[in-house]
Design a protein around this ligand. Structure first.
Ligand SMILES: C[S@@+](CC[C@H](N)C(=O)[O-])C[C@H]1O[C@@H](n2cnc3c(N)ncnc32)[C@H](O)[C@@H]1O
Length: 212
């Protein structure tokens, strides 16, 4: 797998091995959110780029908006700011179907995620910085996600988690630039979590879900 990733240019360097991946018990995005929830403050501030619009019950454990709300935001009385180009009525349908309350806990923002991060932050109550960020928006070769990171870097809490979706999805390239960039930053501990499409997890000052 590593050889394959290196050969076709989807992986830029060396942290991940199958052994490291096997040391993590987490297998779904929902489980990853449950782990993160143990390490976040009360009134947690969460940001996602790319809102959930699929509604198939088969995917309930994989969707970002309901799982961020259910496991991280609601128990800690926090706020999820969700950025997307458009509004999807399906998001509310899936929240209802999964029995996840969202009133006063979910704030939508429409527009290009990179251009609207600063404006969006201006509307976040009490202006606490983001403790958890999930990046999953435009499908390109990675520049958009890199720009998202630059746009929000100053808005990150001193201790925080960054999640990047789709790293094991051969059809996706959006993580291509940001993942190696974070791996090279000394302040982040990083690992790959074998969720459905693979999630890259970077932690600054917080624990990772590795088996001891
Ligand atoms: C893969 S989907 C998000 C899935 C969601 N995170 C989940 O797990 O259910 C990607 C979303 O990103 C949005 N998107 C694409 N380009 C964007 C951009 N430049 N700014 C904001 N959102 C964008 C799309 O409209 C789409 O809804």
């Amino acid at each position: 797998m590593v050889d394959e990733l290196l050969r076709d240019g989807r992986w830029h360097g060396g942290l991940w091995t199958p052994e490291v991946e096997a040391q993590c018990d987490i297998r779904s995005f929902a489980e990853l959110c449950q782990f993160i929830s143990k390490n976040v403050p009360l009134y947690v501030q969460v940001l996602e780029t790319g809102t959930t619009f699929h509604t198939d019950p088969v995917g309930y454990d994989t969707y970002s908006t309901p799982n961020l709300l259910k496991w991280i935001v609601n128990p800690a009385r926090g706020l999820l700011s969700s950025l997307d180009l458009e509004f999807y009525p399906q998001t509310l349908q899936v929240l209802k179907a999964m029995d996840v309350p969202w009133e006063r806990r979910l704030q939508y923002h429409y527009g290009d995620s990179v251009n609207s991060i600063a404006d969006m932050y201006g509307t976040v109550e009490d202006h606490r910085k983001f403790d958890v960020v999930h990046l999953d928006s435009a499908e390109d070769v990675g520049g958009h996600m890199m720009n998202e990171f630059y746009a929000l870097e100053a808005l990150l809490a001193p201790q925080h988690y960054l999640m990047i979706d789709d790293i094991h999805n051969p059809a996706s390239g959006k993580y291509k630039m940001l993942v190696p960039w974070l791996q090279n930053m000394a302040e982040y501990d990083c690992m790959q979590v074998p969720t459905a499409m693979g999630t890259f997890l970077a932690a600054r000052g917080l624990p990772l879900p590795r088996k001891t």
